[in-house]
Design a protein around this ligand. Structure first.
Ligand code: ADP
Length: 510
């Protein structure tokens, strides 16, 4: 129900004489039970998933040296999706050697124009296989097909297109300097945007003449291995891209390999700190894109209905598995009651369920361990004295699903306010003055992304300057573009990815 409609009906009942203006005026719009959506699942039978995937080293699929495999589970069904190789030091070493050979003999010697052609080809081939990639992403990781189809895959292609454009223009990117590639890059990515994070890492590395050894996360390895097939189909020279699968130990082998020149990591702050410690004193360059606890600040003069949509997008997009999620709502006192009521109404309409269903708004939690972690935080919140509200939507019995949740009555020192939950869980605090909003916004160890909702442009600029975040969205949230740099303050990381800034970590400037 729109704000206008609601306010009008309140006025009418206030003067005691409700006058229906249309035949449906008496109809109470109860969206939760009024709209019954028929199931609309995306068919997956044309997508080929093999029973087992090997590493991709030097242009070939190669069995793991120790012969061990791990399982990837479809979090919506709890069934094994596929098996994939567990990388050991031997596997990482062969991949690094292949990357070094490709770097020295081929890739760093190609002209930027030629490298660009390969990148354009990779971008187009991602587009050609977009449906397959989107379905695979949703089955392997649990995200709604609407998101993998409309966000993850198109943005992954867009990153390749964007950095393809830079490949032959690097001298213009760094006027007066001569950029040279760094060498072999070790890249470790998380499970929340598997293919997209691969694109963020591989596209700028290749455009600048580096070769890579990339490790996808252990719960979502499949789109990276499909990307390996794309590299083969694109005729990319052997060894330019190598994909090693496995868990944290495999990642550590890449970080600690002596012949890797640069590490790019996206993941938790906890692991980021371990990596930073291991790299201290080495000559390896590194970028770390870590956690967040983004404040989403709504002022009294904000358009409330739009803000509600923005809040929903900020915290429930991708089940809240988003490092830049707006997981802390800060709302000005005067509108808090009205906004929370509207937010709860909106949460009732969100469909939690089958990730492959095109109606689904919130898919499955990525893994059992993440599901347990979120539930643990829900308990912590309740034990801390906060008031929990969860939508009443039905959720599937099987699979790892979590209802959209919010906590009110929280204080700044609560763990659920300070720590990254990485799930569909929002904490709500109020504020009276802009200064109080800024103070609360900045009072966590993180500084990745924020939202500001207000009708006043001047307020956006003033508050935007005071909030310590790498990204600030105003009157919107979660907008991504390959031309725009992304990175954080404080414990949210070091270095930027995306845009012109995203080229820097992959070059030495002479
Ligand atoms: P999360 O806690 O959200 O699962 P992680 O930071 O643990 O995220 O994982 C992100 C990526 O880092 C994954 O690919 C994971 O396998 C890898 N990883 C985990 N531990 C280490 C480590 N000690 N060194 C290098 N990579 C690691």
């Amino acid at each position: 129900m729109s704000e206008q409609t609601q306010e009008k009906s309140t006025d009418e009942s206030a003067n005691g004489s409700p006058k229906p203006t249309s035949p449906n005026a008496d109809l109470k719009l109860d969206f939760a039970s009024f709209w019954e959506y028929s199931e609309a699942p995306e068919s997956s039978d044309h997508v080929e998933i093999t029973e087992r995937y090997d590493h991709f080293i030097n242009g070939d699929f190669v069995k793991p040296a120790k012969g061990r495999y791990m399982k990837s589970v479809n979090p919506a069904t709890e069934e094994v999706f596929t098996e994939f190789a567990e990388g050991t030091s031997e596997d990482v070493d062969s991949a690094v050697r292949a990357a070094r050979r490709a770097y020295e003999k081929k890739w760093s010697r190609l002209s930027g124009k030629e490298r660009g052609k390969y990148l354009f080809r990779l971008a187009r081939m991602i587009q050609e296989r977009s449906r397959e990639l989107a379905i695979t992403e949703s089955m392997d990781g649990g995200k709604p097909i609407r998101e993998s189809r409309d966000v993850d895959v198109p943005l992954a292609a867009a990153h390749f297109f964007y950095y393809a454009g830079w490949a032959d223009k690097l001298n213009y990117a760094f006027p007066g300097r001569t950029p040279e590639p760094v060498g072999v890059c070790g890249q470790i990515i998380p499970w929340n945007f598997p293919l997209l994070m691969l694109a963020w890492k591989i596209a700028p590395a290749l455009a600048t003449g580096n070769t890579v050894v990339l490790k996808p996360a252990e719960t979502t390895p499949v789109t990276a291995l499909k990307f390996a097939e794309i590299c083969l189909d694109a005729g990319l020279p052997d060894g330019v891209v190598n994909i090693i699968t496995g868990a944290g130990l495999t990642g550590a082998e890449i970080v600690n390999h002596p012949d890797v020149d640069k590490i790019a990591f996206t993941g938790s702050t906890e692991v980021g700190k371990i990596i930073q410690r291991s790299l201290a004193g080495s000559e390896k360059k590194y970028t770390l894109e870590l956690g967040g606890k983004g404040p989403n600040i709504v002022f009294e003069d904000a358009p409330i209905d739009q803000a509600v949509e923005g809040i929903v997008n900020a915290i429930f997009f991708n089940q809240g598995h988003v490092c830049c999620a707006g997981s802390r709502l800060l709302v000005q006192e005067g509108v808090a009651g009205r906004l929370i009521t509207k937010l709860k109404e909106r949460m009732e309409t969100l469909i939690v369920g089958n990730p492959l269903d095109k109606n689904t708004d919130i898919g499955a939690i990525n893994s059992k361990s993440q599901y347990d972690r979120i539930n643990n935080y829900l308990e912590i919140g309740v034990n801390e004295g906060a008031e929990i509200y969860q939508s009443s939507n039905t959720i599937p019995e099987k699979g790892f699903f979590c209802r959209p949740t919010l906590f009110t009555g929280v204080s700044q020192s609560n763990r659920i306010v300070q720590e990254e939950i990485f799930g569909p869980v929002l904490t709500i605090q109020t504020f009276r003055t802009p200064d109080e909003a800024v103070e609360k916004a900045n009072n966590t160890p993180y500084g990745l992304a924020s939202g500001i909702w207000t009708d006043k442009g001047s307020k956006i600029f003033k508050i935007g300057r005071q909030v310590r975040s790498g990204v600030i969205w105003s009157n919107t949230f979660n907008k991504f573009d390959p031309t725009s740099p992304f990175g954080g303050y404080k414990e949210s990381g070091i270095g930027s990815e995306g845009g012109l800034h995203g080229l820097h970590p992959y070059v030495k400037l002479k």
